[in-house]
Ligand binder design. Structure first.
Ligand SMILES: [Zn+2]
Length: 531
């Protein structure tokens, strides 16, 4: 049996732009749209032309996407004709393949917010759809507050949706604008809607205010809707929109959906999902959610020894899907509860060959336990674990020695008489027979130390050129009698690969230095730098 086509509509750049603290530039919008296009998303809603300079410029620019690039805006204003509404005119003039109108579908809002009559609201929907169709656009209508409206006045909510469909709108999208509708309600209401509007013209736009936006989207699909709207990483105002990054793999990998539906995302495109999700966080300068389903760092991480030994034998024993399908990795964490089986499984994953009777394994296990007692957490620092393992079992070349470092923080008045804090780090290194000395100023001690350390590694410099720090986390632990500081540093290389290293010390600079050193040495090992 042929599978039905299900369409994905992304509104990261419009609804997602409402997220607290998110402010996309034109370059951000173009880059994210390009990423969505490459992922195989059917519709990308770029924004609201005419509402702000960025969106106006976006819709004036030339783009070359396969996706249906969509402009968002209001239906004509009550009491005006479609031809005499500058807002509508700007929307229709925008360079977009499709227009998504938003209109009220709740009579209460029509009365209170729009201050017009039910009839005039429907006439506005009709006229706007007609005007956009006349311009050759594909038309969508977002029925705002559809579910609350339906509960209050089902006939009126339905007549708004039907008016758009009757005028030739390709999609009528049912929005749970306040995000409070529950899955069983969505399923029941969508089932009513598709009795009069064919399901392959009905979409769902769910918000996450009860943490069920994804569940609500699937409830709508079960009832017959064939378009899902959402955002990358669930971005969106308040609690966010339905998270496409969770929805896509479920549609692709769960037989109940993959057997029934086909989406625009291929198996190869699905493998880019982790990258897409992280890339967005990177652009927003926020650290990724480790526990995100499918794409999080911990999504396929296992801790307990008994699980780990089973996973090493047969991954399917503790995994609901294969991590590689979405571009993620299996991770067996080394922890205080670690047994030999964890260590062996983790070594195998990172490609270190080891015999289970090798005395080095027992030594490594001892070492991990010892260090975790004083505050190290290797489960969060895969690269530091790998280095520790390589050092214990085999060989990590002694690439260079830091013979001395010095960090100086000074507060003083500058030439303009302003109070400034200046940080200077000096690092003395020995690379082979060469003694080198580097100094750097930074916006803080760790930054200055990092810059000085990576400024000149002599013959190894070329291996670390693409290295950058993407995250720095500090935690004060109360271990024993004294507080110790744990520093986790996340690094990235030119290929986009990321790793985390750790340092622990009573002194924050010292802890940071350990983590910085591990990161650099990890990169040298990974790049196969010669000893
Ligand atoms: Zn919304």
């Amino acid at each position: 049996m042929a599978r039905e086509r299900l369409y994905l509509f992304d509104t990261t750049l419009r609804d997602g732009a409402q997220t607290n603290g998110v402010d996309f530039t034109l370059a951000d919008k173009l880059a994210i749209a390009g990423m969505l296009d490459e992922l195989g998303i059917d519709y990308v809603e770029g924004g609201y032309p005419g509402a702000n300079p960025t969106d106006t410029e976006l819709f004036a620019s030339d783009r070359n996407f396969d996706t249906t690039f969509t402009a968002f805006g209001m239906t004509r204003r009550p009491g005006r004709s479609a031809s005499n509404d500058p807002g509508l005119a700007a929307l229709l003039e925008a360079k977009a393949d499709a227009v998504c109108f938003v209109a009220k579908a709740w009579d209460y809002h029509v009365r209170v917010a729009l201050e017009t009559t039910n009839e005039e609201n429907i006439a506005s929907i009709r006229d706007s759809v007609k005007a956009a169709k006349a311009k050759g656009k594909e038309v969508l209508l977002d029925c705002e507050h559809f579910f609350d409206g339906y509960k209050a006045n089902p006939q009126y909510a339905l007549s708004c949706a039907r008016a758009a469909y009757a005028e030739g709108a390709r999609w009528v999208v049912l929005c749970d604008t306040n995000g409070g509708t529950l899955p069983h309600e969505v399923e029941a209401i969508v089932a009513e809607v598709v009795r009069t509007i064919p399901g392959d013209h009905v979409g769902i736009h769910a918000h996450n205010d009860t943490e069920q936006a994804v569940a609500n989207s699937f409830a709508a699909v079960r009832a017959g809707a064939r378009q899902i709207q959402g955002t990358l990483n669930g971005l969106g105002e308040r609690c966010g929109n339905a998270n496409l990054v969770s929805i896509i793999p479920t549609l692709k990998l769960k037989p109940e959906y993959s057997g029934m539906f086909q989406i625009g995302v291929s198996d190869a495109q699905l493998k880019k999902l982790v990258h897409v999700s992280h890339e967005l966080d990177e652009r927003l300068n926020r650290s990724s959610n480790r526990n995100a389903p499918y794409v999080g760092d911990s999504a396929f991480a296992t801790k307990a020894g008994i699980h780990a030994s089973a996973i090493a034998k047969e991954p399917a024993t503790y995994e609901h899907v294969a991590p590689e399908a979405v571009g993620n990795k299996r991770k067996i964490m080394v922890s205080e509860q670690a047994g030999k089986s964890n260590i062996l499984a983790e070594l195998e994953r990172i490609g270190i060959k080891a015999d289970k009777d090798d005395p080095g394994i027992a030594r490594l296990l001892e070492l991990v336990k010892e260090r975790e007692t004083i505050g190290y957490a290797y489960e969060a620092a895969d690269a530091s674990f790998e280095l520790l393992a390589r050092r214990t079992l085999g060989k990590v070349p002694n690439y260079f020695d830091v013979t001395q470092f010095d960090v100086n923080v000074e507060q003083r008045n500058n030439a303009k008489g302003e109070r400034v804090t200046v940080t200077l780090a000096v690092v003395k290194l020995k690379v082979g027979d060469d003694n080198m000395i580097s100094a750097a100023e930074g916006n803080g001690p760790v930054n200055a130390l990092d810059l000085a350390l990576r400024k000149d590694l002599g013959k190894y410099q070329k291996y670390i050129e693409g290295l950058s720090l993407v995250d720095y986390r500090v935690r004060i632990l109360n271990g024993g009698t004294e507080a110790v500081t744990r520093v986790l540093i996340e690094s990235e290389d030119e290929a986009g690969e990321r790793w985390t290293t750790i340092g622990v010390s009573a002194n924050i600079i010292d802890a940071s230095f350990q983590a910085l050193m591990d990161s650099i040495i990890y990169k040298l090992v990974k790049s196969g730098a010669p000893a």
